[in-house]
Ligand binder design. Structure first.
Ligand SMILES: C[S@@+](CC[C@H](N)C(=O)[O-])C[C@H]1O[C@@H](n2cnc3c(N)ncnc32)[C@H](O)[C@@H]1O
Length: 464
């Protein structure tokens, strides 16, 4: 039986037997594949010609492993044969591996072929070709050819070229350091319409926003004339949030589809898929979609819609109980990797902010809902805790534009982040006042409840 140990042994002591073994196995798919996959690091005198005949093999996986092994040799004498595979193999994965093998050669002889392959219709091939060509990006011809792809129809290709050759300048205008935020916004609650309040918030002053906006007309605290007007309203707020969010930081939106009940038995109720309808607006304004997290509640805690179906069991009338809400995670567009954001913080802050112990590893967060006497749709504190811990650092400023009873502020305070909350209803702001009180915070900050006028005044002076 051919084992990995035996292959290793042959590689070192009897390479001729290994070549023979490969040739004998040519029709036996599984053993041949095992052999090719197990070759690992090849000896410097390995003769690739003992593999090239397999490039005609019917099994794409065999061809893939042959190309991969030839690539390990980094020998330009195989350039021609691998180029043929890159251009003509019927399987895209094999072609991609061929381009990668050519890339590994780091040979300028491959440049003309690679440039030709930039026209390939498969974007994954083009991306692999770009990767191989970037090694020669100081070569003027290569640079010019790559730059031409800035208008390529594929968005991934566009973004790689943008980042490499046309790095975006953030339109910051803000002089505040990435880890800092304006003092006059720390632990502040402003009562009023968020759209008016945000006009006075400086660009790039927020590290994280987590919010649950009004649920269209499903609850009584907000009334919108139409669904379109509601979405436009949300979009106008989220656009401002984009402006005030720091480069590469997160906006996390909790919504779920809602039902507006029917007016009588002669009519149907209507279901509005808010998370799906608002998503295109967010992407359009520059938010990068990162993740969708499902908040799952216990079935006993939600309204039962099954009574009818349970009785009659007639298809089409099935109505599942909605246990879930969406926690959609977006990031402000940037060319920079997350690591750049993390490196803005000093070692001590990174250490203190680490998420230690058990944590939820999946995108399904099972959390009981919270019911409140004063507000009909409050966040469970656990939801805020998770979002704050996973998406911000100690000392950051977290924002909830639709603060309700201020749950996010409460969690932020405990987790040693600053908060900035806006809420239009006086009774809820009263609630925030009771909840957060005038407690002394971790660094002896106080809670500041302001109306729009006093906030505007502070913003003007930018002091406290
Ligand atoms: C779903 S609730 C948020 C509840 C909150 N997450 C909590 O834990 O209590 C939405 C809140 O947005 C507020 N709101 C609606 N329109 C607003 C606006 N234009 N400006 C500020 N707040 C608004 C409502 O009064 C309501 O309290």
């Amino acid at each position: 039986m051919v084992t990995r140990e035996y292959i290793n042994e042959l590689k070192i002591n009897n390479i001729g037997v290994l070549y023979k073994l490969i040739q004998e196995q040519k029709d036996n798919g599984s053993t041949l594949l095992f052999l090719l996959e197990s070759l690992g690091r090849l000896p410097s005198d390995f003769d690739g010609k003992n593999l090239t005949f397999l490039l005609e093999n019917r099994n794409a996986q065999v061809r893939f492993w042959v190309v991969k092994n030839l690539g390990k040799l980094r020998d330009t004498s195989y350039l021609e044969i691998i180029s043929k595979v890159a251009k003509n193999d019927p399987d895209s994965t094999v072609r991609r591996e061929a381009v990668s093998s050519i890339g590994r050669m780091h040979s300028s002889k491959a440049i003309p072929l690679l440039i030709e392959m930039l026209n390939d219709l498969d974007p994954k091939i083009v991306l692999q070709v770009i990767r191989a060509l970037l090694v020669f990006k100081s070569n003027i011809m290569v640079k010019e050819e790559l730059k031409k792809l800035s208008n390529h129809p594929n968005e991934m290709i566009q973004s790689v070229i943008q980042k490499e050759f046309f790095p975006r300048k953030m339109t910051s205008g803000s002089s505040i350091k990435h880890t800092k935020c304006p003092d006059f916004m720390k632990n502040v609650v402003v009562q009023g319409d968020v759209r008016d309040i945000l006009k006075d918030v400086p660009d790039e002053s927020i590290h994280l926003t987590f919010t649950s906006p009004p649920y269209y007309n499903a609850r009584d605290y907000s009334i919108y004339q139409s669904y379109k007007k509601y979405l436009d309203f949300l979009a106008s707020v989220f656009k401002q949030i984009y402006r005030i969010t720091k480069e590469g930081r997160f906006f996390i939106l909790n919504t779920s589809p809602v039902i507006i009940p029917r007016i009588s038995r002669q009519h149907s109720s209507k279901r509005y898929p808010i998370p799906f309808d608002i998503h295109p607006y967010l992407v359009q304004m520059g938010w990068e979609f990162i993740d969708d997290i499902i908040w799952a509640k216990p079935e006993a805690s939600v309204k039962n819609r099954n009574a009818g179906f349970l009785q009659h069991r007639k298809p089409l009338a099935y109505k599942p109980n909605p246990l879930t809400e969406y926690i959609m995670v977006y990031r402000k567009k940037t060319d920079k990797l997350l690591d750049w954001n993390i490196r803005r913080y000093n070692w001590g802050t990174v250490k203190q902010s680490k998420v230690l112990g058990d944590y939820e590893t999946s995108n399904v967060w099972k959390i009981d809902p919270t019911f409140d006497k004063v507000h009909s749709a409050v966040f469970p504190i656990e939801l805020c805790n998770r979002v704050i811990k996973f998406y911000s650092y100690k000392g950051d400023l977290v924002f909830d534009p639709f603060a309700g009873s201020g749950t996010l502020g409460k969690a932020a305070m405990k987790l040693e982040r600053y908060f900035f909350l806006t809420e239009k209803e006086e009774r809820y702001v009263e609630r925030i006042k009771q909840e957060l009180g005038n407690k002394l915070l971790f660094d002896k900050e106080e809670l500041h409840i302001l109306n729009i006028e006093s906030f505007q005044e502070l913003a003007k002076r930018r002091i406290r």
